[in-house]
Design a protein around this ligand. Structure first.
Ligand code: PHE
Length: 370
C-alpha cells in the first residue's frame, strides 16, 4: 500500500504541474479526487484496515490528498492568470495610435477654457466639483445669505420653474435655474469635511440677452475652506491662476471693494490690459505705456460666516475664500472674440475658426492654451 502511494505521488504532482489547460486539470481532479477517483478509492480502504494499520496508512493517504488538492489549486490559478494575460494582450487597444481619416470636429472654446481651468487649479490642489443646474431656492439664495426679501434676488433675473408649489420644505420645494455656480459652494460644504479646495465650472442662467449677455452662460466657482485662511491667500491664488491662464507673467490685478451677500469683505477683481498694435491685450500695466485700462474678470471675497454656519460648520473654526468668474468672458478675453452670442449659435464656420484641435490637451508644461 505504502509503495503504491509513493509511486503515485510524484507522477501525479508532475502531471498536475504540467497540465496544459483547465479541462486537462479537471480530468486529473476527477480521476483522483472524484467519486470514483484513485485517491477517493484509497480513502475507502481505510475502513477495512485494522486500527494499527489505519494509524500508519491514514496520514499518508490524507497527506497525498492534501498535496494533490493543493497542487490542483495552484495550477488552476496559474492557468487562469495565464488565460487572463492572454486575453488582455489580445484585446489590447493602442489608444495612442494616430487616428486616420474622418473629422472629429473641434473643441468649443468654452470646453477648452474649462479644461484649462481644471488643469491650472489641479496643479494648485483643487478638485473639480459639480452641482445641478435645476437648483433649489435654498441652495441658490437662502443658504448664501440672500433671504427672500433681499434685493439681490431681483438683480439675478431668476428663471423660476413653473408648477412647483410654494411652501413645505424650502430646501426641496421651490426650484430655479441656478443663477450662479455659488450653490455648489453650499453643496460641497454640506457634503465634504474641510479642508476643502474645489472649483466648480458649469452652466448658469439669467433672464438677460444682448451682445454681452446670454440667458445661458458659464461660470466657474472657486472655494477654499480651511483654518487661518486670509485675503492674502485669495489674492495669491487669483494672481497665480490668471497668470497661468493668460500665459503671461506681467498680469496686473486690481481688487476693488464690492458687495456680495455671501462674502465679507468682498472684492471685484480687474486685470490690466494694454494696447498692442492697436489691439487690447490682457497684461502689462495700464497707463504706464500710454493707453490701456482695466477689465473686470471676477467677483470674490472671504466666505461669510453665515454661509459657513448654514452648512453646519463653525465659523470660528473654519474660514475661507470664494470667487466666481464668467468662463465665456475669460474665453473672449483670451482668444479675442467680441460677440458672446456667437458662442451659442452653433455656426460651424465660427467653430472651425475659434475651435481647438480635439487631441491637443491643455498642460502646464506645453502651455494651457497651446
Ligand atoms: N456668484 C457671484 C456672481 O455670480 C460671484 C461670486 C462668487 C462672488 C463667489 C463672490 C464669491 O456674480
Amino acid at each position: 500500500m505504502s509503495n503504491e502511494l509513493e509511486q503515485m505521488r510524484e507522477p501525479l504532482l508532475a502531471a498536475i504541474a504540467d497540465a496544459p489547460a483547465l479541462d486537462a486539470l479537471e480530468t486529473i481532479r476527477v480521476d483522483t479526487l472524484g467519486k470514483q477517483g484513485r485517491i477517493t478509492q484509497l480513502l475507502k480502504t481505510l475502513g477495512k484496515m485494522s486500527p494499527e494499520e489505519r494509524q500508519v496508512e491514514g496520514p499518508k493517504i490524507h497527506g497525498l490528498r492534501e498535496a494533490v488538492t493543493e497542487a490542483l489549486g495552484a495550477r488552476k490559478s496559474a492557468l487562469e492568470q495565464a488565460a487572463l494575460d492572454a486575453r488582455l494582450a489580445s484585446e489590447r487597444l493602442d489608444m495612442t495610435l494616430p487616428v486616420e481619416g474622418g473629422s472629429f470636429g473641434t473643441v468649443h472654446p468654452v470646453s477648452q477654457v474649462m479644461d484649462e481651468l481644471a488643469e491650472i487649479f489641479a496643479d494648485l490642489g483643487f478638485a473639480v466639483a459639480t452641482g445641478p443646474e435645476v437648483e433649489t431656492d435654498w441652495h441658490n439664495f437662502t443658504a448664501l445669505n440672500i433671504p427672500e426679501t433681499h434685493p439681490a434676488r431681483a438683480m439675478h433675473d431668476t428663471f423660476y420653474l413653473a408648477g412647483v408649489e410654494a411652501g413645505g420644505d424650502e430646501r426641496t420645494v421651490r426650484r430655479v435655474l441656478r443663477t450662479h455656480t455659488s450653490p455648489v459652494q453650499i453643496r460641497t460644504m454640506l457634503d465634504q469635511k474641510p479642508p476643502i479646495r474645489i472649483i466648480a465650472p458649469g452652466r448658469t442662467y439669467r433672464s438677460d440677452s444682448d451682445a454681452t449677455h446670454t440667458p445661458m452662460f458659464h461660470q466657474v466657482e472657486g472655494l477654499v475652506i480651511d483654518k487661518g485662511i486670509t485675503l492674502g491667500h485669495l489674492k495669491w491664488t487669483l494672481e497665480t491662476f490668471l497668470k497661468a491662464f493668460f500665459e503671461r507673467d506681467d498680469i496686473v490685478l486690481r481688487l476693488r471693494p464690492s458687495y456680495f451677500p455671501f462674502t465679507e469683505p468682498s472684492a471685484e477683481v480687474d486685470v490690466g490690459y494694454t494696447i498692442e498694435k492697436g489691439k487690447r491685450v490682457i497684461g502689462g500695466h495700464p497707463g504706464r505705456d500710454g493707453g490701456g485700462g482695466w477689465m473686470e474678470v471676477l467677483g470674490s471675497g472671504m466666505v461669510h460666516p453665515k454661509v459657513i454656519e448654514a452648512c453646519g460648520l463653525d465659523p470660528n473654526e473654519w474660514q475661507g475664500f470664494a470667487f466666481g468668474c464668467g468662463i465665456d468672458r475669460l474665453a473672449m478675453l483670451k482668444y479675442g472674440m467680441d460677440d458672446l452670442r456667437a458662442f451659442f449659435d452653433g455656426d460651424i464656420r465660427w467653430l472651425k475658426h475659434y475651435g481647438f484641435a480635439s487631441l491637443d490637451v491643455p498642460t502646464l508644461s506645453g502651455g494651457v492654451g497651446a
